[in-house]
Every structure is written in structure tokens, then in C-alpha cells.
Write a protein that binds this ligand. Structure first.
Ligand code: PLP
Length: 592
């Protein structure tokens, strides 16, 4: 594959970010779009736009044909038995929900079992939680091994006639593991269970032949396959259609409607209520044409080459640990998730962003998987056909810079590990050591917000408020589930005055620094003053003007994160914890 020629097809790759060429390493979240897809979308609206199926005029017929052609392309790309097996949905998430309602509500009963794996995206967990709640079914776990593979022996042992459904991802969006779905389908079928496969991370990277895999349901998202957002597909084993009820009701999905009853169109129309995203389907078809022209075997080989290169280079970095099985036949190579001892994933992502590199940091909608590895968050670099080895080199160089800058905190409990105890009155007990040593690399070129970063790093490396407070009457913990950051506040009140304050916990530089600033600002203040500082900080982070006369001190530098909603949550954590503790005190009558 001529990667440079491929790159020229993606207009967005010509962009600069923070003064650097954009290195987009977040294709597992959503892919960038080649010109052919963008052109197909605008050509549809410029030349063919009309509502489909019902129009008795040529333009509508043209639009209908384009929409149905796209269905045919999805079917042949995935090896579906026929175009009518393909239901267009908004995304993989909607596909799973359609099955949970359309099939699950009719076929799953109290006491039935739904098997899910610990590496599922929330999209392939929460709909089953809801179904279990509606029906009284039971969710059971297919465990995974330490190297991020499914424990197949445990899976086989779980199978019984009580299992109604097995829901499993084809490729993990955190580990890159390719699960043996053909074997899973065969074993599940032997006990009469249906199988839903989440193909969101597989279809963009592997040749898929559903005729061979033969699952009951397979879901994909167009936006992860170089196509548009708001479009996806559910492929249904056609015999399962007979066991399903409509999910949404309305136009398009009916045959005949009386005032008090209706009959339904044949599938797939039965499951496509209302006007669909016609342009999105057309553009999805164009994305599929584009991938098919590259050849999915070639795409898979290229992913493996880039992934293997990234894996090798990253694993040589001291203090960096990669999750998942790594290079081998059951690894897609399309992504690498890792932790770095020196820094929190949010800090890593922001530092990389300052160098034009886009990666994802957080739990990746896989909280049960994170818990399995005792983590709250990782950093994930994920690849597409335009990814180059030079971009991986930039990633590694930038990470070396992060290590130099954040290394002084190593050992001071700043990792993204899961602490214990949120809620009332529980100490965290982790990450309470104070940072030592001066930060190296603080003078590095960090972009325009140098002052903020310097102040933040100073608080982060030498946080205030860590000293124990004797006789604290108030103790409250808060947690940011996005990244696992935790804060525990302990306050000693003398009447209305905060005589002592201790801020414990662990997290990224922003949340630790924000907690340190809070400690400095609140000590010795009265509760009304604390409430005013709290209101001012929240207003500032919402982009509102500060109340006249309010001096937030160092806290003011945190307005540098205002445009980054994820980081706003980090900055707010100590303050929302304070707010909750004050509100709790009021309701309990414990403090004013
Ligand atoms: N399944 C997996 C494995 C994913 O990685 C994702 C998205 O990241 C989804 C499902 C949900 O995709 P969507 O948000 O497009 O519905």
C-alpha cells in the first residue's frame, strides 16, 4: 500500500495542531474520512436528495436506489447472506439495543442467562443490564486471562441450556485481542444460545465473512470504518427475524395501520422506523467501496505492521506497560493501550496534544476491563490505513519528554490505579505521598499556556494540604469515574472557620494541583467564604465572569482548561467534593 498516496486522500491530515502536523492516533474512537466519502455525502445532497421508498417521482427513486445499493455494499463487504439481512441503525450501540429490545424482550425470561465478556465496551453491556432488569435474566461473566485473552475453558464451562445469549466483541477496543468468534458461535449454538458479535473494532481492520462466522447478530459503526457518524449496521441471521418484534414504531416500518392497531413491513424495513440517514448510508457505501478497493487483507496486514512497530518501540520505554496479548495471530495491531508510571493518562494525552498528537485517555467505555487490571484509565494510540511509522516515532519521542517532565512524581502515588472507597467518610489511603525533587523539563516548549502549566506543575509536584489534620469533623471522598481520580477532603472546623484542611487522593496533574490550590485558598476561611470561592471557581470553569472582588489566587490559572471539558471535570473534582461535603453537612446538621 502506498501510504503517502493514501494520506493525500484524507484532507484533515493536512491540518496543524498546536503548531505541529496533526498525528491522528485515535482511529478506534472514530476514523478520519477520505475525500471519496466526503464527496459522496455532499454529492448525495447536491444531486439526489429526496425521501425514499414512498416518492412516485424519479428523484425519490434515485435516492431509494442509492440507499438500497449501500445496503447491498454492506452485505457483500461483511459476507451477509443477503442485503435484507442488513438493518441500518445509527451506530453499533443502537444495533445492540435493537437486539436487546427486538429479540431479547420476546425471548429472554426470568432466570435465563446472558453471557458477556469482561472486555466488552459499555455498548455491549448496558443494553443487557437493561434487558436483565426488564426480564429478570442474569448476566454472567466470561473471564479473561492476564494477557487479555478470553478464558475459553471458563466460557465452555458456563454454557448450559439456561444461556439464552452470548454477547462478545470481535476485537477489543482496549486490548486489540481478536476473539475466536467462530468457535464461540459454534459452542453457543450447541446449547441453543444466540450470539451477538460486536464488530465495531473488527470491521475496520479485518476481512469479515459472516457466512463463515455465522453469528445471529453482528453490529458495526460506519464512523469507525472511514464512513460518516450517525450510521451503522446490524446484520441479522435471517431465521432470527421470525423471533423478533419491532424496536421503534412509526413510518417506513409498517404494512397497514388502523387507528388502534398496525401490521409491519417485512425486514429489514420493519426495523427502520422513520426517515433514515439516507445520505449517511450512501457515504457508508462509499467508505466500503474505498476499503474494498484497498483490500481488507492488505488493510489487516498494514495494521499489523504498524501495530507491531508501535508495540516494539513503546515496550522499550521504561515504566511503560502495554495491555493485551501483543503481536501474534490473535492481535489486530490496530491499537496499543498502555500505562506509564511517570504520568496519568490525562496528562499524557494533553502533553501529546501540545505536540500535535491525538490519542485517547480514559477508561475507553470499558470500566469492567479496567477493574480487571486494577486500573482506572489507560492511554490508547490507535491506527488506521494512513498511520505511518514516523507518527509512531513522534509518539515515542513525545512520551520520552513526558517521562522527563513527570518523573519526579514517580512513587508518589499519582498513577491511574483504582483506589478504594468513595462516598461518605472513607479515606483513600493511596497517593498520599508528597512529590519530591524539582521538575525537570518544565522549561520545555509547552505551547501558549506555559504559565498555567508551570503553576499547575508546581502544585502537582509539591501539593499543599497533605499534612494530617487532627480532630477533623468532616471527611468526604469524591471520584471522577472517567479517569478514576479520587480526592478525600478532611476539614477541622472551629465554629464557622476552616481551621485545618487536608486534601488526599491521587489523580492527574490538574486534579492534584486543583486540590492543592483549594487547600491553600480555604485554610483559615469561613464557610461562607469557602462557598463563595467554590461558586467563583465553578463559574470561572464554565466560562462565566468572576464575581467582583473575589480573589481565587492560583486557582485562576485553571481557566486554561476551560475549553477542554474532560479536564474541567479534573479541575472541578476537589471543588465538587467540597460542595458535596458542605451539602452533606447541612442535611445532617453536622456543620452549617
Ligand atoms: N463496541 C466497541 C468495541 C467500540 O469500540 C465502540 C466504540 O468505541 C462501540 C461498540 C460503540 O460504538 P458507537 O459509539 O459507534 O455505537
Amino acid at each position: 500500500m502506498d501510504i503517502q498516496a493514501i494520506r493525500r486522500e484524507f484532507p484533515i491530515l493536512a491540518r496543524e495542531m498546536n503548531g505541529h502536523a496533526l498525528a491522528y492516533l485515535d482511529s478506534a474512537a472514530t476514523t478520519q474520512k477520505p475525500r471519496a466519502v466526503i464527496a459522496a455525502l455532499s454529492r448525495y445532497y447536491e444531486e439526489s436528495n429526496a425521501n425514499i421508498h414512498r416518492g412516485v417521482y424519479r428523484l425519490s427513486e434515485e435516492a431509494t436506489r442509492a440507499y438500497e445499493d449501500a445496503r447491498g455494499k454492506v452485505a457483500s463487504f461483511l459476507g451477509a447472506p443477503s442485503p435484507s439481512a442488513v438493518v441500518f441503525v445509527r451506530n453499533a450501540t443502537e444495533g445492540v439495543n435493537l437486539v436487546a429490545h427486538g429479540w431479547g424482550d420476546r425471548n429472554v425470561r426470568a432466570g435465563d442467562q446472558i453471557l458477556v465478556t469482561r472486555m466488552e465496551h459499555h455498548a455491549n453491556l448496558v443494553p443487557w443490564h437493561l434487558l436483565a432488569r426488564r426480564t429478570g435474566a442474569v448476566i454472567r461473566e466470561i473471564p479473561i486471562t492476564d494477557d487479555g485473552r478470553l478464558d475459553l475453558a471458563a466460557f465452555e464451562a458456563l454454557l448450559s441450556p439456561r444461556v439464552k445469549l452470548v454477547a462478545v466483541t470481535h476485537v477489543s477496543n482496549v486490548l486489540g485481542t481478536i476473539n475466536p468468534v467462530a468457535r464461540i458461535v459454534a459452542s453457543a449454538r450447541a446449547v441453543g444460545a444466540a450470539v451477538l458479535i460486536d464488530g465495531a473494532q473488527a470491521a475496520p481492520h479485518l476481512p469479515i465473512d459472516l457466512a463463515v462466522l455465522d453469528p445471529d447478530f453482528y453490529v458495526v459503526s460506519a464512523h469507525k470504518m472511514l464512513g460518516p457518524t450517525g450510521m451503522g449496521a446490524l446484520v441479522v441471521r435471517t431465521s432470527r427475524y421470525d423471533e423478533m418484534d419491532p424496536f421503534l414504531g412509526g413510518g417506513e416500518m409498517i404494512r397497514d395501520v388502523e387507528l388502534d392497531a398496525s401490521t409491519y413491513a417485512d425486514p429489514p424495513a420493519r426495523y427502520e422506523a422513520g426517515t433514515p440517514d439516507i445520505g449517511g448510508a450512501v457515504a457508508f457505501g462509499a467508505a466500503i467501496d474505498w476499503l474494498a478497493a484497498l483490500g481488507m487483507a492488505n488493510v489487516a496486514e498494514r495494521d499489523r505492521a504498524v501495530g507491531t512497530y508501535a508495540h516494539a518501540r513503546l515496550s522499550r520505554l521504561a515504566g511503560l506497560r502495554i495491555l493485551g496479548p501483543g503481536p501474534g495471530p490473535d492481535w489486530a495491531g490496530s491499537l496499543v493501550s498502555f500505562t506509564l508510571d511517570a504520568a496519568h493518562p490525562h496528562d499524557i494525552a494533553q502533553e501529546l496534544d501540545a505536540r500535535g498528537i491525538a490519542v485517547r485517555a480514559g477508561h475507553h467505555c470499558c470500566q469492567p476491563l479496567m477493574k480487571r487490571f486494577g486500573l482506572a484509565a489507560t492511554t490508547r494510540a490507535s491506527f488506521s490505513v494512513h498511520t505511518t511509522e514516523a507518527e509512531i516515532d513522534r509518539l515515542v519521542d513525545a512520551l520520552e519528554g513526558v517521562v522527563r517532565k513527570y518523573a519526579p512524581r514517580v512513587g508518589a502515588g499519582v498513577g491511574a490505579g483504582v483506589g478504594t472507597g468513595t462516598g461518605t467518610g472513607t479515606g483513600t489511603g493511596t497517593g498520599t505521598g508528597s512529590g519530591t525533587g524539582a521538575g525537570t523539563g518544565l522549561g520545555e516548549d509547552l505551547g501558549d499556556d506555559g504559565l498555567m502549566r508551570e503553576v499547575v506543575m508546581d502544585h502537582y509536584l509539591h501539593p499543599a494540604g497533605r499534612e494530617p489534620v487532627d480532630g477533623a469533623q468532616v471527611e468526604w471522598s469524591g471520584k471522577n469515574p472517567l479517569c478514576g481520580d479520587e480526592v478525600t477532603l478532611r476539614l477541622r472546623l472551629e465554629g464557622e472557620r476552616i481551621a485545618g484542611i487536608q486534601v488526599l487522593g491521587h489523580g492527574c496533574s490538574i486534579s492534584v494541583a486543583s486540590g492543592s490550590m483549594l487547600a491553600v485558598r480555604l485554610k483559615g476561611r469561613t464557610l461562607p467564604e469557602a462557598r463563595a470561592l467554590l461558586a467563583g471557581t465553578k463559574a470561572m470553569l464554565r466560562g462565566e465572569p468572576l464575581p467582583a472582588g473575589l480573589d481565587l489566587g492560583d486557582v485562576e490559572v485553571l481557566q486554561g482548561v476551560r475549553d477542554l471539558p474532560v479536564r474541567v471535570k479534573c479541575a472541578l473534582l476537589p471543588w465538587t467534593t467540597l460542595e458535596e461535603s458542605l451539602a452533606h453537612g447541612e442535611t445532617q446538621g453536622g456543620h452549617p
